[in-house]
Design a binder for this molecule. Structure first.
Ligand SMILES: [Ca+2]
Ligand SMILES: [Ca+2]
Ligand SMILES: [Ca+2]
Length: 153
């Protein structure tokens, strides 16, 4: 029985190309943290997992992350965006890729007391806000889906 379940996990792993604990969506795998930390430490934690703080490039991807937050009862999640380098110019870190898509809450970003880090918040209907980078929030890592390369991990 245990062997059967083990095989089943392997099949699931191969089928979706994501490691156990990661959720597939389109061409990526996602891991929602169980802990809260600063934006910079969140970025490091994702890098340690061979991933990056999620880059949200479409409404469908944003909706997927919303559902993951609801399922896990998480209200605030760091995303990989910042306007750290040039105030008001939002990019995905660490590459510095300009936003192709955004879903800021109305009146946001407001750069209140110099906020530079991107957070997705339940109390803004899961839309985006800029936060103090030193605030502690949960975070979501994104990685390329290893479809076709099940040997990884
Ligand atoms: Ca993405
Ligand atoms: Ca800012
Ligand atoms: Ca703000």
């Amino acid at each position: 029985m245990i062997r059967t379940i083990g095989c089943l996990f392997n099949l699931l792993h191969i089928a979706f190309g994501c490691l156990i604990g990661w959720t597939p969506f389109n061409t990526s795998c996602y891991h929602l943290s169980g802990e809260s930390t600063s934006w910079m430490d969140a970025m490091k934690m994702c890098e340690m997992r061979g991933a990056y703080l999620a880059h949200v490039d479409a409404a469908s991807e944003d909706d997927f992350i919303t559902s993951l937050m609801k399922t896990n009862g998480v209200h605030n999640v760091w995303l990989g965006g910042s306007d750290w380098s040039v105030e008001g110019q939002w990019v995905w870190e660490p590459e510095g890729t300009p936003f192709q898509y955004s879903r800021f809450s109305s009146g946001k970003p407001d750069n209140k007391n110099g906020e530079n880090c991107l957070v997705k918040q339940a109390h803004h209907h899961y839309h985006w806000n800029d936060n103090d980078c030193d605030d502690h929030n949960a975070y979501i890592c994104e990685n390329r889906n290893n479809l076709g390369n099940p040997a990884v991990g």
